[in-house]
Design a protein around this ligand. Structure first.
Ligand code: UFG
Length: 330
């Protein structure tokens, strides 16, 4: 039985494909290559270039490849972009996900794992934030994912499709074996930007906001290694296969670092200094968001193995160097 990975040519999806292959699973990737790369998918894995919202295409894939589970990564993921262009987020992340879920139901797929986000919490009342916290997203990105969570909840009640929703905190780092990493050329995420500044691929960077009510005035986030994140999906798959009921879990380390902490770490690991400009706040940013990870540890038996910011930064730096040397491949 095959696992369909949407967005499997992207940053997190490509790590998932490697993890599934390492576990001996059969995989097929559906990706429109809008931000993903053909080279990120191992050559023996079938890659279908197309849209996960295309019901005809998806139904054919599910049928022809005897898909037993779907892991759905494909999405737009940039918070400020969602503020500027909300409808694109509702189309891509919400409306198309509805089509994918409809295909899954029609094909009687039983297991669905969904990439949700800490952004569904908005500005939490307290941290670490648990899954039972009231959801109050403060940007369209978070709302676009929350709608899908609600759809899955309703569909699970009405059909045999069981799901695990994983609410990712700030994903960073790269495959420890150097096989994949964050490769988007115009990436806006903090560790990627800082690493590029450290390697001289950009002249410097901005800190968006130094007047937040935090230790040092910059925003605090829970940075989680991409390999630990994809292992959470393997744990979720095992859980669903064992008959576990639908579930929502945070995926984070329950530890916050400020933007200034992260920049300091990148400078120290890279052994270089680079210009940092203290700028105004970025729209849509909560001050602090840190995961409670009690539920994922107890229900999925998830055990993080790379919970160390220094390691995350070192591997992000290694990947960025490697990526620079391979520029030009599609
Ligand atoms: N930041 C900077 N300078 C930069 C880039 C980012 O100061 O050049 C700051 C941001 O303002 C924010 C923090 O670094 O305070 C982290 O920003 P990212 O863009 O790296 O990530 P976000 O926190 O905005 O969003 C990410 C994911 C979401 C997830 C969220 C949960 O993209 O899916 O983390 O915290 F929901």
């Amino acid at each position: 039985m095959t696992i369909l990975v949407t967005g499997g040519a992207g940053y997190i999806g490509s790590h998932m494909v490697l993890e599934l292959l390492d576990a001996g699973e059969q995989v097929i990737v559906l990706d429109n290559l809008s931000t993903g790369f053909r080279w990120a998918v191992p050559s023996h894995v079938p890659l279908i270039v197309g849209d996960f919202g295309d019901e005809e295409l998806v139904s054919r894939i599910l049928r022809e490849h005897q898909v037993s589970a779907i892991i759905h990564f494909a999405a737009k993921i940039v918070v400020p972009e969602s503020m500027a262009d909300p409808l694109t987020y509702y189309l891509n992340n919400t409306a198309k996900a509805r089509n994918l879920i409809a295909c899954a139901v029609a094909a009687r797929i039983e297991h669905f794992i969904f990439s949700s986000t800490a952004a569904v919490y908005g500005e939490p009342q307290s941290n670490p934030v648990s899954e039972d916290e009231m959801l109050k997203p403060i940007n369209p990105y978070g709302r676009s994912k929350w709608f899908v969570e609600m759809m899955l909840e309703d569909v699970a009640r009405a059909t045999g499709l069981r799901h695990v929703v994983l609410r990712y905190f700030n994903v960073a780092g790269a495959d420890p074996q150097g096989r994949s990493g964050q490769s988007t050329p115009d990436a806006t995420h903090l560790i990627k930007v800082a690493v590029q500044a450290a390697l001289g691929f950009r002249p410097g960077m901005d800190v968006f906001g130094t007047d937040y009510p935090t230790r040092d005035g910059s925003c605090e986030r829970d940075y989680i290694h991409v390999s630990d994140l994809v292992r959470a999906h393997m744990d979720a798959l095992r859980y669903l296969r064992a008959g576990g009921p639908s579930l929502v879990c945070n995926v984070g380390y329950q530890k916050g670092y400020s933007v200034l902490d992260v920049i300091k770490m990148v400078k120290s690991v890279a052994g270089v200094d680079f210009p940092v400009h203290l700028s105004g706040r970025r729209a849509g940013d909560p001050a602090v968001i840190v995961a409670s990870n009690a539920r994922i540890k107890s229900t999925l038996n998830w055990q993080p193995q790379h919970n160390d910011l220094q390691t995350i930064v070192r591997q992000a730096l290694d990947w960025e160097r490697r990526l620079h040397n391979r520029r030009g491949e599609d």
